[in-house]
Design a protein around this ligand. Structure first.
Ligand code: PEP
Ligand code: MG
Length: 582
C-alpha cells in the first residue's frame, strides 16, 4: 500500500527505484514477509539459529572466563539469559506465525525494539545492555544468513539508500553509479550531508524521523527532493506523474543550458559575478560546463573527509593545481580547512565535545593543529602560480584569529622563499562572514582583508542559535529570518563603504528567489553549487536591479521568515515562472 512520509527537502530532484534499507548500524534490514505456509519452517530456522548462537556464546563465555576470570565471562552469561528469555522467544514466534515476518525480519525488529527501549530508560547500565541485545541480533542474523553490512561505496545494483543517518564523508563516498538518491531518519536542512548531496546532484530528504521499520528492502520508492517526500510503494499513477516531472526537469535543464555562455547580467545591464561552490576537484569540469565565472568557495576539508590517509602537502598541491588549471585563469577561492562539528573525519582526533558547533571547529582547529594547517597553506601558495588564486579563512570570529592566520601564511611564504620552491605570496586574502561577531566587528575586519564572503549557512545557525544539522529545530533554521537579513544588509553597507568586495556563498544564494533578494540588498557576487548555476543565472537575467531593490525594500518590512519566503516565491512566480517548481 502506498505510504507518503514527510521530511526535510535538502537536495532537489526526483529519484525512483528500489530501496536499500539499512538499520542504524548500517546493516541491511532483510526482506520482511513470508507465505503463511512457510511459517513453520521459518520458526524451525529460528530455533536452529538460536541453538547455534547459544553454542557460540557459551564458547565465548568459557574462553573469556579462562583468560580474564569468571566475572568477565559472566558478560556472556547475561547474553545467554537474554537469548533464552521466554518472552523474547514468544514474541519472535508470534511475529512469524501471525504477522508472517521472516525469521530474520522478526529478529531484526524485536531485538531492535528491545534495544531502543533499554536506551530510553536513561539508565547507563541498562543502556549498555542495549549493546548486548544488538550483539545478539547480529549473531542471529548472521546465522540466518541475513546480516550483511552493505558498503555504500560499491553497490552492484541501482538503489535508493534509506538509513538512519549519513555523515558528510559517507555521503561523499556513495557509489555514484548506483545510488539514485537517499533518505535519512535524522539530519537537518543546513548540515553538510545536505550540501554534499546537492554537490553530487543526488535527490535527498533528511530528518524524516523513525521510518525504517516500515519498509523492507527492494520495495519501490520515490524520493521527492523538491518537496521533502519519500513515497513508499507508489501506485502506477504516482510513478507516472513523477516520471513526467523528471522529463519536464530535463527539458528545463536543456533550455537553461543555452545560457551557459551568456553573462550573469540583469536586464538593466548590471553584471553579477556568478561563481560555483565545490567540494572536490572533479567538480571544476561541471562548473565550466555550466558557465561559472570562477570558484567562489572550494571546501578543501573534503580532501580529508574522503581519504583514509592524512593528505600530504603534495596531495593538497595536486588537488588545488587541478582545479586552478581547469579554471584557466578564472578566480579560484580556496577556503582553508573547515573541519570539525559535522565534518569530522579521522584527522585530527578530537575528544568528544558537548557542543561541537561551538567547539574546536574550522579556523580554531586549524590554528590549534599547525601540523595540518601549514602543509595546506604551503600547498595553496605553491599552487597559486598556476592561476588567479585567493585564500579565504572560515569562521573568523575575532581579529586575533584573522591576524594569527595571516601571520602563519606569511611565515609559510618565508619558508618557501628560503627553500627556493616556486610560489606566489601576493594572493588576495579573505575571510568568511559567518558569525554575528564578525558582522558586528566588520568595520575593523575590512581593514585587514581583501575580500569577504558571507556564509549564510553558519550565519543563520549562529544568529538564530539553531543547529543547522538538527531535524528537531529545522523549522527555526531560516536564512530569510529578518535578523539574518539585517546582518547581511549591514555587511553590504560596511563592505561598500570600504570598497571591499563582498560575496554570498551560503546555500541561500542557490535559491533563485533568495538570490534576487540578495541582489536587492546590494550583493553583486554570488557563489552557488554547480547544479544551481543555470537556474540562478536565469533568475538574474530575467530581472532588473530596480525590481530586486523593490523586493528587498518590501522584504525588510516583514517580521518573519515565513512571510519573506511566501512573498519571494510569489515574486519569482511573476518574474520567472519557469523556475517555480510545482
Ligand atoms: C556557510 O556556512 O554558509 C558556508 C558556505 O560554509 P559551510 O556550509 O561549509 O559551513
Ligand atoms: Mg560555514
Amino acid at each position: 500500500m502506498m505510504v507518503e512520509l514527510q521530511g526535510i527537502p535538502v537536495a532537489p530532484g526526483v529519484a525512483i527505484g528500489p530501496a536499500l534499507v539499512l538499520n542504524a548500524e548500517g546493516y541491511s534490514i532483510p526482506r520482511c514477509h513470508i507465505a503463511a505456509s512457510d511459517a513453520a519452517a521459518e520458526q524451525m530456522r529460528l530455533r536452529v539459529a538460536i541453538e547455534e548462537v547459544s553454542k557460540q556464546i557459551e564458547a565465548n563465555r568459557m574462553q573469556t572466563a579462562a583468560v580474564a576470570g569468571e566475572e568477565t565471562g559472566d558478560i556472556f552469561s547475561a547474553q545467554l539469559q537474554m537469548l533464552h528469555d521466554p518472552r523474547l522467544n514468544a514474541e519472535l514466534t508470534k511475529r512469524i506465525a501471525f504477522q508472517r515476518h521472516s525469521a530474520a525480519y522478526a529478529v531484526s525488529r524485536v531485538l531492535h525494539n528491545y534495544a531502543t527501549a533499554l536506551r530510553r530508560l536513561d539508565n547507563p547500565l541498562l543502556a549498555e545492555r542495549a549493546q548486548d541485545v544488538l550483539d545478539i541480533e547480529r549473531q542471529l542474523l548472521t546465522e540466518l544468513g541475513a546480516a550483511t553490512r552493505r558498503p555504500l561505496e560499491d553497490l552492484s545494483e541501482s538503489a535508493i539508500v534509506l538509513c538512519h543517518m549519513l555523515t558528510p564523508s559517507e555521503t561523499a563516498s556513495l557509489d555514484r553509479q548506483h545510488v539514485l538518491g537517499f533518505c535519512t531518519e535524522t539530519g537537518g536542512p543546513g548540515g553538510h550531508t545536505a550540501i554534499v548531496a546537492k554537490g553530487l546532484e543526488l535527490p535527498a530528504v533528511v530528518g524524516i524521523g523513525p521510518f525504517l521499520d516500515k519498509i523492507s528492502d527492494q520495495t519501490l520508492v520515490i524520493v521527492d527532493g523538491d518537496h521533502g517526500r519519500l513515497i513508499v510503494d507508489p501506485d502506477e499513477e504516482t510513478v507516472a506523474r513523477y516520471r513526467r516531472r523528471n522529463e519536464e526537469r530535463r527539458d528545463l535543464a536543456q533550455r537553461l543550458s543555452e545560457l551557459r555562455s551568456l553573462p550573469a547580467e540583469t536586464s538593466d545591464g548590471v553584471r553579477i559575478r556568478l561563481s560555483a561552490n565545490i567540494e572536490f576537484p572533479h567538480e571544476a569540469a561541471s562548473c565550466l560546463e555550466r558557465g561559472a565565472d570562477g570558484i567562489g568557495l572550494y571546501r578543501t576539508e573534503f580532501l580529508y573527509l574522503s581519504s583514509a590517509e592524512e593528505p600530504s602537502e603534495e596531495d593538497h598541491y595536486e588537488a588545488y593545481s587541478q582545479v586552478i588549471r581547469e579554471m584557466d585563469g578564472r578566480p579560484v577561492v580556496i577556503r582553508t580547512l573547515d573541519l570539525g562539528a559535522d565534518k569530522m573525519g579521522r584527522h585530527p582526533q578530537v575528544d568528544r565535545e558537548n557542543n561541537p558547533f561551538l567547539g574546536l571547529r574550522s579556523i580554531r582547529l586549524s590554528l590549534r593543529h599547525l601540523d595540518l594547517f601549514r602543509p595546506q597553506l604551503r600547498a595553496i601558495l605553491r599552487a597559486a602560480v598556476h592561476g588567479d588564486v585567493r585564500v579565504m579563512f572560515p569562521l573568523i570570529t575575532t581579529l586575533a584569529e584573522l591576524r594569527q592566520a595571516k601571520m602563519l601564511l606569511s611565515t609559510v611564504a618565508e619558508d618557501l622563499a628560503v627553500s627556493g620552491v616556486p610560489f606566489r605570496s601576493d594572493i588576495p586574502i579573505g575571510m568568511m562572514v559567518e558569525v554575528p561577531a564578525a558582522v558586528l566587528m566588520l568595520d575593523r575586519f575590512v581593514r585587514e582583508v581583501d575580500f569577504l564572503s558571507i556564509g549564510t549557512n553558519d550565519l543563520a545557525q549562529y544568529t538564530l542559535a539553531v543547529d543547522r544539522s538538527n531535524e528537531y529545530v529545522a523549522e527555526l533554521y531560516q536564512s530569510t529570518d529578518p535578523s539574518v537579513l539585517s546582518l547581511i544588509r549591514r555587511s553590504v553597507e560596511i563592505a561598500n563603504a570600504n570598497d571591499t568586495p563582498l560575496a554570498v556563498c551560503g546555500e541561500m544564494s542557490s535559491n533563485p528567489a533568495r538570490a534576487l533578494l540578495l541582489l536587492g540588498l546590494g550583493i553583486r557576487n554570488l557563489s552557488v553549487p554547480p547544479s544551481s548555476l543555470p537556474r540562478v543565472k536565469k533568475a538574474i537575467r530575467s530581472v532588473s536591479i530596480e525590481e530586486c531593490q523593490a523586493i528587498a525594500e518590501r522584504v525588510m518590512t516583514f517580521e518573519a521568515a515565513r512571510d519573506v519566503d511566501l512573498y519571494l516565491i510569489g515574486r519569482l512566480r511573476e518574474l520567472v515562472p519557469e523556475l517555480v517548481v510545482s
